[in-house]
Design a protein around this ligand. Sequence first.
Ligand SMILES: [Zn+2]
Length: 390
Amino acid sequence: MTITLIDDVVEVAKIAKRIQVAGEFAIDLEFVSEGRYIPDLALMQLAWRESGKVATAIIDCVNVDASEAAKLVADDTLATVIHSGRQDLQLLHQKFGVVASNIFDTQIAAAFLGMGEQLGLAKLLAAMVSVKVDKSQQFTKWTKRPLTAKQLDYALSDVLHLLDVSDMLQNQLDQRGRRTWCDDEAQSLIAVSTSQTDPETAYLSIRGHQSLKPKSLGALAKLAALRANIVAETNQPPSWVIGDKSMIEACRRLTTSASAIGNIRGVKPNAIKRWGKEMAKAIEHGKSEPIDIGRISQDVLSPEQQSLSSILVGIVAVQCAEEEIANRFVATKKQIDKLTSWATSNVDKPQPDLPVLSGWRLELVGQALLDFLAGKIAIVYRDGALRFSS
Ligand SMILES: [Zn+2]
């Protein structure tokens, strides 16, 4: 089969029409992200069903505006099938302003069916439809033209079987009554992939910020905001401007000269040449607006609390293994730490608003955690496994 790249806007529109008639389609993107904050989109691969067969197309996003096809993802009358779609949905949002609507992510579905967390597409295809993907082309620089037949073939294999696999996974989810769980998770995937980082609060997602004193944290808030703005302007990866660790160190030292920031390990001389003065100014400014660390660091656990948290994490793991579901969908370590600090606080505080304490997660795991914390159930090792006993 010869695959031709679509580089004509009229053709793109025609394909979009055909997909609209089909009602369901699979999509995958190839892009180049090296040295870019927002990756360069190279290809958009599409698959849909037409008169009982799978039809496919690859759009050459380097040479044609693919927005008519990108819009399909936002159409709530269409079902979009994708595998591990976070990055793809993020890129569609950044490049075309598209907010996805009706998404079925086969990687999420697999995690709800006991096939493992973050299962790769090749493994999924092998397991569900016995298709072996030739991975030799995966490191292709996708923006290069022309692409070889082998490369196009590989790109197409990412969507070719996805609709069949999606049908099978949806059946299994229905059988186990987990379809709505999967849809819930797809919704949060959409939320994550379309959320913009607010420069003002960027510092809160920098690892190690909790360890800084108020003045240093104030400095980090300004420095992180500056970096976010530089990244948005220049489309360079954040670490090319200044890495997280270097930022923390500069703020710990309250370094207020460009050259002193430049002396911190990992800081690139070029970056200091371009933005060193602004960085120094940001730290200087932030120093005068300290941020109270007590407020943010309340979740730092004592050794006793850490032990309790580990046991709760264990309970989550036991329940998830039993129910064949990936842990990370149920509760993260961070959330369990929050639960621990609530359960061990002497003050009468309302139950924290955590996913694990509502909806299907409460049913699956949350109730067991609450019962354990209330001393109603114990966890014992018996017959080769951890079990609950009342
Ligand atoms: Zn791909």
